[in-house]
Design a protein around this ligand. Sequence first.
Ligand SMILES: [Zn+2]
Length: 234
Amino acid sequence: MEIYVLGSGAVSARSGYPGYLVDGTILADCPPGTVKKLYRRGIDPCAVTDVLVTHFHADHYFDLPFLILARYKKTDAPLAIHCPEEGRRIIPQLLTLAYPDIPLKTVPLALDHGDRFTAAGYAVERVPVVHGVKEQCFGYVLERDGLRVGFSGDTTPCPALEAMVGGCRHCICECTLSAASPKHMGIDALLALHEKYPGCRLYTTHMTDGAREKLQERPCDGIEILDDDRCIVL
Ligand SMILES: [Zn+2]
């Protein structure tokens, strides 16, 4: 598996909005700037087969109109968008708002809200994590040939995240804040998670600049702080 890091920062951070491209075909979230990054890497957006949307906060999906525009009149292959159920309402609204004069709704999409599905040869499991009380948010676990890799989405410390980390060899895990909140992980919670499940390598993302600096002061084997444009090969 090759994971290209589109971005690794929280909304207020200097680093980019969080998202990942897996094997050039699966997007884990589609943050602002995604399609431009694909072009810069020489990747045709039509090569993307699946988008795993963790939740509907703008920093995680606002490049969908550009991804779908890039497919307009270019391909009839449906783009699979795995997302929370409210995507049925939000995505058509977003497309109309983005380009009212272009019938982007004619681009074939396959919206999916299942808990288990396959994407580009991976068995994928959707994991409900806890990101405040209102937002429905999911992490995703991708598995192939015994390799299990987790993507936490935005989450506070919760049993579902623990189960993900406990069952994966590698996990891209949010660590937004210095101290955990009802919506986000913090450094102590991350370190505790690693101590409990040392068999899982953690890659921190969605970090504020402050959390990034504080975690840099507490280096730990088994925890890597992600940077934008990094490529992880597993
Ligand atoms: Zn969020």
